[in-house]
Design a binder for this molecule. Structure first.
Ligand SMILES: [Zn+2]
Length: 77
């Protein structure tokens, strides 16, 4: 992920989490695009049906919301 971010002109300052996982956390060297900031805020808002469960809710609504995520295209290997 770091290589892909840097290829897209987004230098990464640090990373944490993510070892052997499908997710990772990165800190960019400069402010992210406003749409990315909004996406992070939306993630932290968690489930809108069950806000008490925050980001850990696995209800049908939350899964449907996750299914609408458009994944970034990966370059051909
Ligand atoms: Zn929920």
């Amino acid at each position: 992920m770091v290589a892909e971010l840097q290829r897209r002109g987004l230098p990464v300052r640090t990373t944490w989490n993510g070892l052997h996982a499908a997710t990772d956390s990165v800190r960019l060297a400069r402010p992210a695009h406003p749409t990315l900031v909004t996406a992070v805020q939306r993630y932290h808002r968690g489930c809108t049906v069950h806000p008490e469960r925050r980001v850990f809710c696995d209800c049908e609504h939350r899964r449907a919301e996750g299914a609408r995520i458009i994944r970034a295209a990966r370059p051909a290997a």
